[in-house]
Design a binder for this molecule. Structure first.
Ligand code: SF4
Ligand code: MG
Length: 326
């Protein structure tokens, strides 16, 4: 039930109330042990905000975040700091997220220093081990971030995230800034580390093709809400929400003729400042009826494990009924 409203600065003297952006609008999901949940949607749909809410980097307007049975929202700061080492994040931009003045060793040991540990020979050795684990060398420990390529910098970001032996990592567009060939290497590394360290991931991305490689289950977000969740195999073969269907159809495919024959997603995502009434997707949806403009569809289970927020979810399955106009 996570909710995050941001008050905007676009204050109009004619208006008494400041406009509010509902960046995250009643979002619920669970991530299991050793599971990877992919959180997918266009930029601005609220996925990164959701990640930051989970980590308590920003405060939710409403809702709860439970980690292994402990409520994080409003938790005692000391308790939160203790739990914090279990919850880490890898950011999109390996350039901006690493302090250029710090040496690699300091960067990757940062989460441990935040827990109150002091520099020591043991920690230096540990930093070397972490570097080897992410495919770099311990010789790199005394260098600075600018001496590395984008992919190597992201490996440093991963070493920092795994340093405190977390149970859960949010990968926020963690490979989006990398070349395609490097993306695959980093995803393989994340998968190997997940196996070895028994971690769970929330893998945030806008590219369904990338998320497909790593996720067990996918949640699709649109304008602050989750519109569909399903196990990976189901989501890619039998998507039921018209938005998921359109996203999949507009994913890049290598052959130009194939690309032409595919359905595309038309129009821009509306502003979250002034979202459409009822189903947020109705202005772009080829199946929209009058009820869609007035009533919010709730997320409901259509097939075992597949939840869809669409009034007509029963009618959207199967190739024959795939919306052709998208
Ligand atoms: Fe389209 Fe209506 Fe379903 Fe929304 S509820 S996705 S507008 S058919
Ligand atoms: Mg983002």
């Amino acid at each position: 039930g996570l909710v995050k409203h941001f008050e905007t600065r676009l204050e109009n003297w004619l208006q008494r109330v400041k406009p509010v952006v509902k960046a995250v609008d009643n979002v619920s999901f669970a991530v299991g042990e050793r599971e990877t949940l992919g959180l997918v949607g266009e930029s601005g749909c609220g996925k990164s905000t959701t990640g930051r809410l989970i980590l308590q980097l920003i405060e939710p307007t409403a809702g709860a975040v439970r980690f292994m049975g402990t409520e994080l929202v409003g938790a005692d700061p000391r308790e939160l700091r203790r739990l914090r080492k279990n919850l880490q994040i890898i950011f999109q931009d390996p350039h901006a997220s690493l302090n250029p003045r710090m040496r690699v060793e300091e960067i990757i040991l940062e989460p441990l220093y935040a827990q109150g540990e002091r520099p020591s020979v043991e920690l230096t050795n540990y930093a070397g081990e972490l570097l080897e684990k992410v495919g770099l060398s311990k010789k790199h420990a005394q260098r600075h971030p600018h001496e590395f390529s984008g992919g190597q910098r992201q490996r440093i970001g991963i070493a920092r995230a795994i340093a405190p032996k977390p149970k859960f990592i949010i990968c926020d567009e963690a490979v989006s800034a990398l070349d395609v060939s490097v993306q695959a290497q980093v995803i393989n590394l994340l998968q190997d580390l997940q196996e070895e360290l028994a971690m769970s991931y929330l893998f945030i991305g806008h590219d369904l093709a990338v998320v497909k490689h790593i996720a067990d289950r996918i949640a699709v977000m649109y304008l602050g809400r989750i519109v569909e969740t399903a196990p990976k195999a189901r989501l890619y073969t039998s998507p039921r929400h018209p938005y998921t269907q359109a996203l999949l159809a507009s994913a890049p495919v290598p052959h130009p003729r194939l690309r032409q024959s595919r359905k595309r997603l038309h129009g821009e995502m509306p502003s979250p400042l002034n979202p459409p009434t009822g189903c947020h997707f109705h202005p772009r949806c080829p199946l929209a009826q009058d009820i869609c403009k007035s009533n919010d569809p709730v997320l409901r289970e259509i097939e075992p494990g597949q939840h869809v927020a669409c009034h007509f979810a029963e009618l959207t399955g199967g190739p024959a009924s795939t919306p052709a106009a998208l």
